[in-house]
Design a protein around this ligand. Structure first.
Ligand code: FMN
Length: 183
């Protein structure tokens, strides 16, 4: 339980697809964060007009997104495996941010894939990015192979063990964010 502060955990979804399984998995992970007392928000990047070029800053609402991530104590990153890496949109968003948003924050990673190999490359690369941003990436990461078969029509996992592990990522991020906050 949160003793001294309201811990805030945001999740950034690296898929823009309607019916995204990354989005569904992040919802489950955030439920785990809520179980530990966190206030949560799932960031759907389709809600933001993100323009990379800095001179176009007034047309972009990247600053709104950055502020949200800057205020978070814990951050979940969800991505599909795309051509042996994480998605371009997630890379784009991470490159809009930096140490101000991530340094000393607790980060959890979840990846989905269409194939049977899972999102191992995407997760490994995101772990490297997390280290570069000087974030604390929690040890539990979850890779969901055959993602299109993993959920029922309500967005719940068919496999309760997979649901437990995905929730655990959200729980760990919150627990370590609390420890981090109290130190
Ligand atoms: C551009 C692109 C590249 C992909 N590359 C891979 C891949 O390398 N390995 C794999 O298993 N699945 C690959 N997939 C399948 C996605 O990982 C899979 O459809 C995933 O569920 C998409 O996530 P979403 O449901 O959150 O949109 C690719 C899909 C796209 C659109």
């Amino acid at each position: 339980m949160v003793k001294d502060a309201q811990i805030n955990v945001v999740a950034i979804c690296g898929s823009l697809r309607d019916g995204s399984t990354t989005h569904a998995a992040l919802s489950v992970a955030l439920a785990g964060a809520e179980d530990e007392g966190a206030e949560v928000e799932l960031i759907d990047l389709r809600d933001y007009q993100l323009i990379f070029h800095s001179t176009a800053a007034e047309e972009s609402n990247a600053s709104k997104l950055k502020e949200k991530v800057r205020r978070a104590h814990g951050i979940l990153l969800g991505t599909p495996e795309y051509h042996g890496s994480f998605s371009g949109v997630l890379k784009y968003v991470l490159d809009l941010m930096g140490h101000d948003e991530f340094e000393n924050k607790v980060v959890g990673l979840i990846g989905v894939s269409g194939g049977r190999m899972g999102a191992v490359n995407a997760l490994s690369m995101l772990r490297t990015v997390g280290a570069s941003l000087r974030a604390w990436v929690v040890p539990t990461t979850v890779s969901i192979p055959h993602a299109s078969d993993a959920f029922d029509e309500k967005g719940d996992f068919h496999d309760p063990e997979l649901a437990r592990r995905v929730k655990l990522v959200g729980r760990e991020v919150t627990r370590f964010a609390i420890l981090n906050y109290n130190n």
